[in-house]
Design a protein around this ligand. Structure first.
Ligand SMILES: *[C@@H]1O[C@H](CO)[C@@H](O)[C@H](O)[C@H]1NC(C)=O
Ligand SMILES: *[C@@H]1O[C@H](CO)[C@@H](O)[C@H](O)[C@H]1NC(C)=O
Ligand SMILES: *[C@@H]1O[C@H](CO)[C@@H](O)[C@H](O)[C@H]1NC(C)=O
Ligand SMILES: *[C@@H]1O[C@H](CO)[C@@H](O)[C@H](O)[C@H]1NC(C)=O
Length: 392
């Protein structure tokens, strides 16, 4: 028989236990010094450009949505304005994701530059000051995604992005990319001969980001630094011990700074070399498992070889829409997550739909091992309570 005095507590526990949501600390225990920590027992949910499947990419709203949906890390691409401000933006040109063409005052800013060996024409972010960039509004990249937020949100700076992560009610990591460093260093100059990479690391340090992977400092403010340019990652290696991820492009794309081929940078000898500087690789997922006629082919051994070198693997990009899902997954993004997490064994996933990945993981793998004990106890209490109800 359950003593009546414990019944209110049981109701409280039952309420928490029945809910499909994770067990948050009780409200009184939550404050800024005791935030819910980063989960580290399952593959990382990396919100690619924020929750950009729903809200225009790299905006404050897209990042806040991703945090609300349960992301572990918010991901961003860092470029620089003409006056040297670090900006969250993916493309070197503003054309595809802003309303630049509506701004007649900027009509004469169209340029052609050679970017990674390709002559590219458009409105280049590096030709605009931060003040000018703030006049623009961001729009959804893909026509088949929700257009209702087009024109609502502005471009944000690296500083603003960091504030979003630090202001979150739980620990949310950041995952910024040193984007197009060769081009940015050609186009943008900083006082004192500073390089883009120097400004990038200075910004992280200014907000207290430091510490190696899983160190106490890192767990307080987790960050991964990513780049397709190995030279940039090596250059910053004596400025910060934050963990770095080496991104790997399409098999046909040489690295932008060292002109090495995909086969060179995925060889065992290269993995041996780069592991001194990075904790993992971020390959395009279709390179890990080649695709033909929208069917997966035989998986390569890249994940196994990276793991053998003690390197994590965070592939990109997971997207819910049918046009991005290979037929093997029966048009179901959960099947795709299941395959990559449980069969291929990746350590993190860049997703356009943080909410879907979070639901999938909460459903299949909600608790770290310690929490399992707590759950068992709750089940026991639920059982006791069901008997109590019966006697009522
Ligand atoms: C880009 O255009 C310039 C000027 O027309 C030309 O000299 C250069 O060879 C072009 N570069 C490429 C990669 O096509
Ligand atoms: C880091 O190494 C670079 C060369 O790779 C050198 O120019 C720079 O002075 C070094 N910085 C520090 C802080 O040691
Ligand atoms: C990069 O490497 C490829 C293949 O080795 C070569 O054809 C090309 O000329 C190189 N490009 C540069 C800019 O060095
Ligand atoms: C994907 O489906 C195709 C066609 O049924 C099959 O040949 C292939 O083996 C499947 N790939 C994987 C990795 O399951």
């Amino acid at each position: 028989m359950v003593s009546p005095s414990v019944v209110p507590y049981i109701f409280l526990l039952l309420f928490v236990g029945c809910s499909a949501r994770p067990l948050y600390p009780l409200p009184g225990r939550r404050n800024d010094r005791n935030k819910q920590p980063l989960q580290t027992f399952r593959a990382y949910n990396i919100a690619h450009r924020g929750s950009n499947g729903e809200i225009p990419e790299e905006t404050a709203a897209a990042y806040m949505r991703a945090i609300e949906e349960g992301t572990d890390f918010i991901e961003t691409d860092i470029l620089a304005s003409k006056d040297g401000a670090l900006i969250c933006f993916h493309d070197v040109t503003l054309d595809d994701t802003t309303d630049i063409t509506n701004h007649k005052e900027f009509a004469n800013r169209k340029r052609t530059y050679e970017v990674q060996g390709v002559n590219t024409t458009g409105f280049f972010l590096v030709d605009f000051t931060l003040e000018e960039l703030k006049l623009l509004r961001v729009k959804q990249r893909y026509p088949f995604r929700d257009q209702q937020y087009n024109g609502e949100f502005s471009i944000i700076t690296f500083d603003e992005f960091i504030s979003i992560a630090l202001d979150a009610h739980r620990v949310v990591g950041i995952y910024p990319e040193i984007k197009n460093p060769v081009f940015i260093n050609q186009q943008v100059k900083w006082p004192g001969d500073k390089r883009f990479e120097d400004k990038f690391v200075e910004t992280l340090k200014k907000y207290g980001y430091r510490g190696s992977y899983m160190s106490k400092q890192w767990l307080k403010q987790p960050a991964f630094i990513q780049s397709f340019a190995p030279t940039s990652l090596i250059y910053i290696s004596n400025q910060t011990d934050l963990p770095k991820i080496f991104l790997i492009d399409d098999v046909n794309m040489p690295t932008q700074d060292t002109n090495q081929s995909y086969w060179e940078i995925t060889s065992d000898s290269y993995l041996d070399f780069i592991k001194e500087y990075v904790v993992g690789i971020g390959p395009w997922k279709d390179n890990i498992i080649p695709v033909s006629s929208n069917y997966l082919q035989t998986p390569s051994d890249l994940v196994a070889r990276a793991h053998a070198h003690n390197l994590q693997v965070h592939p990109y990009t997971f997207r819910n829409e049918n046009k991005f899902l290979h037929f093997n997954f029966s048009e179901d993004p959960y099947n795709e997550y299941d395959y990559w997490i449980n069969k291929i064994g990746v350590d993190g996933l860049f997703t356009d739909f943080t909410g879907s990945l979070h639901h999938y993981q909460e459903w299949t793998n909600p608790f770290a091992s310690g929490e399992k004990e707590a759950t068992r106890l709750l089940h026991k209490i639920e059982l006791m309570l069901s008997k109590f109800k019966y006697f009522n």
